[in-house]
Design a binder for this molecule. Structure first.
Ligand code: CDP
Length: 789
């Protein structure tokens, strides 16, 4: 069923009740009472610091740590040799590659970890790094991925047995023969090369850990900036050979993740080793430059896109070739079967006849990563590709980009829709969504204004993007990370007084889970959300699950929360039957109570039932006391949020400076749990998108020096660069999610860059220029018609 709701206040959408509840967690955040990893202080705690490589590619001739060891406050200096003796010099990555924890043979990117100093305080640890003498023999680096497979390219991963090139994988999706046939019959074929450049999630809080190994009971406790505490615990268990119950991973408050906190970084392993070696807790927190230079980057996709259509503008097919730069170690976090993540969504929101893509991954001398920066595993790259190339087609056909999209969008009656790469979109009314965005924008008026301005020599641009995301990884039979199936546990316990505690496997990084998960349980059981405590981020306290990234919390753990609440409700029915001395079948549920059919006065509230479940009430045969349940939710499918975005920009013809004047975002994430939180998620994602489109870029010079290693060089948007967002929404519930919800956390990051870029290029009348469209690049594009990547 599709309901299109009106914007503004009338849409205090209450599909699941409680609506715009203020965030519970803000009580501590706004008072400065959040507790982050760097706030953890333990008795006798020591501090670690990492010595990093100044070279992108060099052989290590020798490492002399004697002067550092002699520093009065240094307790240990750890090198790759120390780790080799513990079999920890190399560890598995999330993509089944191996990665050096501390380099032993060569360094393979600038900023790679070479040695770890443990000292009594942070400053002494840093000072002692200066005392370590490393002799390097520089090697020629591979920086441009387009040169990585040249026959004479230096081999980066000569640690891998028999490796004679820099190739990592080839992956394809769709049907090549059918796509070629469709292209052969097309009236129009448009081709465009484009780069989604290397960018960084850059969360406000950098990555870090406090490791405390207790030699007496053999238990390792880690306070860690992790988006996936349970997966991390299992990986530590596998690497260290400790049983899981001897490892406790605690993710305290997290200052933003955006994919940056999915992986396990060498610093974490070093802190654990530091604690084992010194017998003391060891804290390691990276600084901003370390975060930007060496932890997970995102994107870095060189894409060659082709689109085929009829002269009337019916899109027939899309064909894509991608060269994926994965850096020196393949450490991206994608489900095992999908080395290019969910790039298969490159067919976008359109009704095509055929599609095909090929993705080739290569090593270069850059930091590893390829994380899903606020997106569901390469969905952002795919959406950018299709939304850019559709605009190129519109330009070629001389058609309005809105009209071209409207002509080709999937129609509501086509859902569930199996796309040409074999994935089933669950629900949607795409034309209604685009129409709504155009209405809010006043699209036709904007085009008139643009024509008037053009006549006066002013550069105004209007950019559209229509995106479909695929979020909520599992199901487990299709998706795993390092063999761990992507399903989530959830436990719910209702106390005798009717207050409840729900335990989740996902981990919030600021998205408001403590509020929205309480809302889900509250809606299902009629217990007020303020009476429901949400516990997450501690492996000793919560059930196993794969973690929060790729907007999967609501589609997977949100579903688990609804299912577990329904299990409790089912048990409550049996107990209420015993209390009211009627058959459970004669009871009817109304939010918060069971009543006898036909006699609504005869009822028991969920709180009364909870007390009875713990009392001396004689329970029916087979019903155990207490009121609690647990579940593991294995999603049957992904959910498919979507949205229509329109961006309006003005470009200064003299300087190339872009001003984003308006941005209209109409999102559909199915059932909306907390509209205020949803809007916050969209606001943040849109700012991210403007940043990527106009400012953010991790560049390298030809020697492999990272040019984006500080916030002086890696620019992120502030309130000055973004407009007041204009939001709308439609609601098409997911048919297979227990409450019809789809994810929203990343929609705006995914959908917005293409809208901004399309707007800038529309303003300057250039077919394509690569991000970031900073003033110099816009100016160059205006002057020369294109910009070299
Ligand atoms: O996995 P992550 O939490 O980053 O993303 P999400 O599942 O899309 O949820 C982000 C936030 O938006 C959570 O607090 C959700 O509960 C909330 N949300 C919502 O209120 N309604 C939806 N349909 C989807 C998410």
């Amino acid at each position: 069923m599709t309901t299109v709701q009106e914007p503004a206040a009338a849409t205090e959408e209450r599909p699941i009740g409680y609506g715009r509840l203020k965030r519970k967690e803000d009580v501590r955040f706004v008072r400065g009472k959040g507790r982050y990893t760097d706030d953890v202080q333990l008795p006798g705690m020591l501090h670690g610091a990492i010595l990093r490589s100044p070279f992108a590619h060099a052989r290590i001739v020798s490492i002399d740590t004697s002067a550092a060891e002699a520093h009065p406050k240094v307790r240990a200096v750890i090198t790759g040799k120390t780790l080799e003796s513990m079999n920890l010099a190399w560890v598995p990555t999330l993509s089944l590659d191996t990665q050096a924890v501390l380099a032993t043979d060569k360094v393979r990117f600038q900023g790679q970890e070479v040695a770890f100093v443990v000292a009594e305080d942070h400053y002494s640890a840093r000072d002692a790094l200066e005392l370590i003498d490393v002799e390097y023999e520089p090697l020629p680096p591979v920086i441009d991925p387009r040169r990585a497979l040249d026959p004479d390219a230096p081999i980066i991963r000569d640690d891998l047995e028999g490796k004679t090139d820099n190739h990592i994988f080839d992956w394809e999706s769709g049907n090549k023969a059918e796509t070629d046939a469709v292209f052969a019959k097309a009236d129009v074929v448009v081709t465009q090369d484009m780069l989604y450049p290397r960018v960084h999630p850059a969360p406000m809080e950098t990555c870090g850990v406090v490791a405390d190994f207790d030699k007496v009971d053999g238990k390792l406790t880690l306070w860690s900036t992790t988006q996936a505490p349970h997966a991390h615990r299992t990986i530590y268990a596998m690497v260290a050979g400790l049983p899981e119950h001897k490892i406790r991973v605690i993710a305290p408050d997290i200052g933003g993740g955006f994919g940056n906190k999915v992986g396990i970084y060498p610093g974490y392993v070093c802190a654990v080793v530091g604690s084992i070696v010194t017998g003391k807790p060891v804290k390691w927190m990276e600084d901003r430059s370390e975060n930007l230079m060496s932890t997970s980057f995102a994107r870095d996709y060189h894409m060659h896109g082709e689109i085929a259509a009829t002269r009337e503008g019916k899109i027939l097919g899309v064909r894509v070739k991608v060269l994926a730069d994965h850096g020196a170690f393949n450490n991206q976090a994608q489900p095992t079967k999908y080395p290019a993540g969910f790039f298969h969504i490159f067919t976008g929101s359109y009704d095509l006849e055929a599609a095909h893509c090929e993705v080739r991954g290569v090593y270069t001398n850059k930091a590893p990563g390829g994380v899903a920066y606020a997106c569901s595993f390469r969905v952002t790259e795919a959406v950018y590709l299709i939304e850019r190339i559709v605009d190129c087609l519109a330009a070629e056909l001389g058609m309005d980009p809105a009209e071209l999209r409207m002509k080709n969008l999937l129609r509501p009656e086509q859902f569930p829709y199996e796309c040409k790469t074999g994935w089933v979109y669950d629900s949607g009314d795409y034309p209604a969504c685009l129409r709504k965005a155009m209405d809010i924008a006043g699209y036709e008026e904007l085009r008139k204004e643009q024509a008037e301005k053009r006549a006066r020599g002013e550069l105004m641009g209007i950019g559209i993007s229509f995106f479909t995301e695929t979020v909520g990884a599992g199901p487990r039979k299709h998706m795993d990370i390092l063999g761990l199936g992507m399903a989530d546990g959830c436990e719910l316990r209702v106390h005798p007084t009717g207050k409840a505690v729900v335990r989740l496997s996902v981990q919030t990084q600021g998205q408001g889970h403590e509020t929205t998960f309480a809302q889900i349980i509250g809606e299902e059981l009629g217990i007020p959300p303020e009476d429901i405590d949400v516990v997450h981020g501690d492996t000793d306290q919560t059930p196993f699950g794969l973690g929060t990234y790729g907007s999967r919390s609501t589609p997977v753990s949100g579903a688990a929360a609804a299912v577990v609440a329904r299990k409790v409700r089912d048990k409550a029915r049996l107990i209420a039957g015993a209390m009211l001395e009627v058959s459970p079948e004669d009871l009817e549920w109304e939010k918060g109570r069971y009543f006898v059919k036909g006699d609504p006065e005869k009822s028991k509230t969920i709180q009364e039932i909870a007390f009875a479940a713990h009392s001396d009430l004689e329970l029916p045969d087979g019903v155990e006391g207490h009121l609690e349940a647990q579940t593991v939710y294995n999603p049957p499918e992904m959910t498919y949020p979507f949205g229509a975005y329109i961006c309006v920009v003005d470009v200064d013809p003299g300087t190339g400076q872009v001003k984003v004047r308006r941005f209209i975002a109409v999102d559909d994430c199915g059932t909306r749990i907390n509209p205020m939180i949803i809007e916050g998620q969209v606001h943040g994602g849109l700012a991210d998108g403007v940043g990527m489109a106009l400012m953010e870029f991790i560049g390298f010079d030809s020697d492999g020096n990272c040019l984006g290693g500080s916030f002086m060089d890696y620019l992120i948007p502030t309130a000055l660069e973004v407009p007041a967002w204009e939001l709308g929404h439609t609601v098409t519930p997911s048919p297979h999610h227990p409450i019809g919800a789809k994810g929203i956390g990343e929609s705006a990051t995914v959908g917005s860059p293409a809208a901004v870029v399309n707007a800038v290029l529309d303003a300057i009348g250039v077919r394509h220029a690569d991000m970031p469209l900073n003033p110099s690049r816009v100016w160059t594009a205006m002057k020369y018609g294109s910009v070299e990547p």
